[in-house]
Structures are given as structure tokens and as C-alpha cells.
Design a protein around this ligand. Sequence first.
Ligand code: NAG
Ligand code: NAG
Ligand code: NAG
Ligand code: NAG
Ligand code: NAG
Length: 415
Amino acid sequence: MKEKDDTHKQQQLPAMRAASRFGGKVSLLDVALVLLLVSLGFVLGLTSSNVMFLRSFYSSALMPPSPKSLLLSSTTTTARATSKTPPPVYPSSLPPGNNHPQQRRQPTAMHNMTDDELFWRASMAPKLRGRRPPGGAPKKVAFMFLVRGDLPLRPLWEKFFAGQRAELYSIYVHAHPSYSFAGSPDSIFYGRYIPSKATKWGDASLVDAERRLLANALLDVDNERFALLSEACIPVYNFTTVYGYLTGANTSFVDSYENGGSRSRYRDFFAGRNITLAKWRKGAQWFEMDRALALEVAADNELCIPAFRDFCVGRQECLIDEHYLPTLVSLLGWGRRNANRTLTYADWKRPVNRHPHTHTAEEVTEKLIGEIRADKSCSYNGARSGAICNLFARKFTPDTLQPLLRLASKVMAFG
Ligand SMILES: *[C@@H]1O[C@H](CO)[C@@H](O)[C@H](O)[C@H]1NC(C)=O
Ligand SMILES: *[C@@H]1O[C@H](CO)[C@@H](O)[C@H](O)[C@H]1NC(C)=O
Ligand SMILES: *[C@@H]1O[C@H](CO)[C@@H](O)[C@H](O)[C@H]1NC(C)=O
Ligand SMILES: *[C@@H]1O[C@H](CO)[C@@H](O)[C@H](O)[C@H]1NC(C)=O
Ligand SMILES: *[C@@H]1O[C@H](CO)[C@@H](O)[C@H](O)[C@H]1NC(C)=O
């Protein structure tokens, strides 16, 4: 069984192998290869819908280098670590750039690609990694919202993003296909809905939607970090802190654990599909990951997704949302490149039907948000404790909007 598992690690996609081969310095040969690749794309008939992808490629890969350093130099320590190891450090300022927020409106996220085309194209996108010259476009964080329809807490998120440079983040929303955005064209969420399919909680369609979000976000070569959020999620830190934390991290944050509770959900069905009990993991669905892992998830055609899809057929509730991603990461042998924890707080102190507690308007106080922010017992980039644990929090009802807006500037340092 062990030998079989190890063979999985060898099953890297050709695209991945090429990507790591291309991972080094930009050479003339590399640029020529990339150009060849892009022209091939044209020959293969990638037309109008490819324009956005190409535009972002050209602007990031072929922009003349500027003397500006991409690296953030100003860093601060954030908390007192009680252990002997030094406290973790993450950048607390944004990369240098001009201060004209929103000067570049993002092109629409809508397109006419089928899922097959989309995933194919997403698996090509990483070949362009490492093309970014020093001083070129800064890293972007992709905020990916998996929602039913409306985002009741949208004004809070708009406040969170207000005044931030458009080149530092991108937004993608997967809603029910029948939903059409009711907000103003001035909203940063306008035009950010991606082609979607109906999802059902606890069903394989949910993971398909997550992978669809990732594939869309991968098409923008500047996206380096990918956070999954729901309509009930809130930010508990400001944009500067979230951006610095994510772009400064050398791990992904996919919740993953192995204990009696996770093992009891294992089914022999998976043994027949090369997913052993030793590789089986459990974890909350709300992830944050880097580009390398995002690519693996979008490209997972064989390793993990078929087994889960088949298992879910005809089942009311299958194990997919809590097991697919952590198990995939374990099968990939990702090791220390995953922090094995989520950055999204949930209140498990008073669970209801195996779900975390839902926060209502009267519970939203300075104390609550303060407590969520105060948890700094987490490891980060090798430091064993002292780092912020929760950048986001979940399960907030629509009526929490007003109290949250009132607390934003006082407690969360934005707005
Ligand atoms: C999708 O296709 C339709 C009809 O072919 C076209 O009218 C529409 O503009 C296309 N949308 C995008 C985003 O390309
Ligand atoms: C963001 O929040 C941090 C603390 O979390 C604070 O030190 C910083 O001043 C805030 N930044 C802005 C631009 O408000
Ligand atoms: C399990 O792995 C082995 C070795 O890689 C492979 O030959 C076999 O087809 C796999 N079985 C399934 C069901 O994926
Ligand atoms: C995450 O868990 C895996 C085992 O599943 C382990 O190998 C790895 O070291 C852990 N990551 C960190 C950062 O501790
Ligand atoms: C992340 O950075 C820390 C500090 O430099 C280092 O100890 C750790 O091994 C790195 N982790 C990974 C997965 O590269």
C-alpha cells in the first residue's frame, strides 16, 4: 500500500514539470519559449475570450523591469511569543507603487469557456510563472466568494477594499447561475461573477465550484494567493495586514487533521481507489493557498476527484466538503508546505448539529471581534507561535452588517 501511495507523487502533470523547469531566472530562451507557447495558443484557436488572459500575461511578463524592489522591506513583529523561538514576522506594509486606487478597473470575469476549456487553460497558466521581472507587477491576492446569490455583507467587504490599489487583489464570485448582480456598477463586485453551475451543500458540485473559482483565478498570472470565502464570512483585519500575511507566507493554509473523528469517516470504498486510511484527512472547507497548490487542485483529474465524485453518486450527503481537499494535499505529499490550519475562525464552542455557531446581530460586539483577533497562538513561516490565527471569521447572519460596519474602523482598523 505504501509503495502505491508513493507512486502518486510521481504523477505530476507535464505542465507542472515544465513549470518547475521554468521556475528559475528569466532568460531570453525562456521568453522565446513563452512567446512560442502563446502563439501556439492562437493557432489552437484561442480567440476573444483569451484576450484578458493574454493582456495580463503581456503586462506582467513583458513589462520593462523597473528599479523598484518587489520585496517588502519594512517588517514588524506582531506579538509576544512566549516560547524561546523568535516571534513570526510578516510584512505590515503594501508593496511600493503609485497611490491611485482603482485606476485600473478589472476586466469582467465573465467568459464563454466551457469547464473543459477553462481547466485546460488554467493548467497552461502556470507555465508563465516566474516570468514576472523584478519590479514588475506585485503579487495579487484572489478573494474567491462561493455564495448562493447575494452577498449580504458586501458593504463590509467594500469598506475593506476601499482605497486599495486594484493591482493588489482580484475578486471572483461563484453564485447560482440564475443570479444576476443587483449592486451598482461602481461596486468592486460588479463584473466579478464567473460562469457557474448550481451547487448543493455536501455534494461533489460544491468542490467543482471551488475548483472552478481556482481555475478562473489562475488565469490571471499575477494572482499568487487564493482565499475561499462565503457570504457569511467577514474580514477581521484590514487589507494591509491580510495582504502582508498572505503574500509573505511560505505555506498554504488548508485545514487538515487526522484523528479518531476523521478516521471514523473513512470508507473502504476509498481503499479500492488508492486512497488509504493513512492518507485520509479531515478539515474545514475554507482554505487559503498559494499558486502551486491552487494549480494542483485545478489540475486534479485523476488523483482524488474521481474517487470522491463516484463516492458521492446517489448519496444524500457525502464526505466531500470536509475531506476532499485535505486528503488531496496529503496524497500530493505536500508536507510542510501546508500549515494544516485554516485562517477562518469558526465558533466550535457551541456547535449546533455538528455545525459551528452562527453569529447574529446582538452578538457582534467589540469583545467578540477583539477575541477573534486576539488569538495569536499560531505558527507562521517556521516560527512556532505568536502569529495571528484568524484573518477571517465565519457564520455571520445578514443582520450583522450594521453592527459590523460600526465596529470596522474602531476594532478592525479599516473604514
Ligand atoms: C458570449 O457569447 C455570446 C453569444 O455568442 C456573446 O454575445 C457574448 O458577448 C459572449 N460573452 C463573453 C463574455 O464573451
Ligand atoms: C491595519 O491594521 C494594523 C493592525 O492590525 C494597524 O497597525 C495598521 O495601522 C492598519 N493599517 C491601516 C492602513 O489602517
Ligand atoms: C492505483 O495505483 C496504481 C499504481 O499507480 C495504478 O496502476 C492503478 O490504476 C490505480 N488504481 C486506481 C483505481 O486508480
Ligand atoms: C502538515 O501535516 C503533514 C502531515 O499530514 C506534515 O507532514 C506537515 O509537516 C505538517 N505541516 C506543518 C507546517 O507542520
Ligand atoms: C518557511 O520559512 C521558514 C523561515 O525561513 C523556514 O524555517 C521554513 O522551513 C520555510 N518553510 C517552507 C515550507 O519552505
